[in-house]
Design a protein. Structure first.
Length: 344
């Protein structure tokens, strides 16, 4: 079964100059993937997201604001977030790539798929672009899974080093999307405390897993193996989407965590084994990562991990549970029975 990888040259036309979120990111990723024969994935051009798909998450005023700013030549939304004349094309293909991942997975065409685009999306709130992000790609994809494919339970796992505040805000009141975020704290954007758990129908379905600066592979892998995986077993999602940022890498200039290439491979492998155990499809939507060489290697290691058959190789022993992971597990255990049995 083919594993599609959605991309589009428009990602190079979102011009940001010497900004950390720059076109070199995509050049480095594609060069690395080509050298590895695309890691067993098949590259395809992404479609544009439709207005209907965008408006399922963002109000029309938000969509028109970004589109009009790009068509007028661009400008700054805030100190971090830039729009150029090519940004709308890049953004609408990024959202379209994420939607195409969902369609490929839920049509039965593939069990794993990826969307590699820029700009990233997880900081963009319902009506506020921010943090390099113009449209919230993974949220648009998750909402599409619910509205078009009729899913009732979607898991979005965000392993970007920055909290996915936009995705959290969009789904805070939703009973259909469980949002789990592993992120450095304190760090931009300043949200993502464990006590932020959602509201209304979404109460308890926001799972924030902050880690201190300096944490590396053991803590990040442990959060997936000892906290996210048990919660997912209780939640029983029909689809797993990953907001895959690589700025927790030890070489990244924008944060203070110490995850290695091997660590990202291990995190990706844990997510893959979880999806296989739950018998649900698994999709990736690219977020951050600003050391271009570390980003490219880590994306490749992720896709290689997803190209393997978990049933054909023995799973590694779970990492030992450290104090950061133990505290997170104990905090969320009252709402998720499987966490009581996840100590390691």
């Amino acid at each position: 079964m083919a594993r599609p990888l959605f991309r589009h040259e428009s990602s190079l036309r979102h011009e940001t100059g010497s900004h950390p979120e720059r076109a070199d990111r995509m050049v480095a990723i594609e060069r690395e993937l080509e050298a590895r024969d695309w890691c067993g994935f098949v590259p395809r051009d992404s479609p544009e997201a439709t207005d209907e798909q965008l408006l399922a998450v963002h109000p029309r005023a938000h969509v028109e604001r970004i589109r009009a700013l790009a068509r007028s030549g661009g400008g700054r939304i805030d100190a971090d977030t830039i729009v150029s004349s090519g940004s709308w094309d890049a953004a609408v293909h990024g959202a379209g790539g994420a939607v195409a991942v969902v369609d490929a997975l839920l049509s039965g065409e593939a069990t794993r798929a990826a969307s590699l685009h820029r700009p990233p999306g997880h900081h963009c709130e319902t009506a506020e672009p921010m943090g390099f992000c113009l449209l919230n790609n993974v949220a648009i994809a998750a909402r599409h899974a619910v509205l078009t494919h009729g899913l009732r339970r979607v898991l979005v796992l965000d392993w970007d080093v920055h909290h996915g505040n936009g995705t959290a805000e969009i789904f805070a009141g939703s009973g259909e999307v469980l949002f789990a975020s592993i992120h450095e704290f304190p760090l931009y954007p300043g949200t993502g405390r464990p006590t932020e758990t959602g509201h209304g129908a979404g109460k308890g379905l926001t799972v924030n897993l902050p880690v201190p600066g300096g944490t590396g592979d053991r803590t990040w892998v442990g959060m997936v193996e000892h906290v996210v995986a048990p919660i997912a077993r209780d939640w029983a999602p029909e689809l797993v989407l990953v907001s895959a940022g690589y700025d927790a890498h030890a070489d990244d200039p924008l944060a203070g965590c110490e995850v290695t290439d091997d660590g990202f491979a291990r995190i990706a492998g844990a997510a893959h084994r979880l999806a296989k155990e739950l018998d649900v499809p698994l999709g990736l939507v690219l977020e951050g990562g600003y050391d271009v060489d570390a980003l490219a290697r880590s994306v490749a290691r992720t896709l290689e991990a997803w190209s393997e058959d978990p049933a054909s190789a023995s799973a590694p022993e779970p990492v030992p549970e450290d104090d950061v992971v133990r505290r997170a597990r104990e905090f969320f255990a009252p709402g998720w029975p499987s966490l009581a049995h996840a100590a390691g």
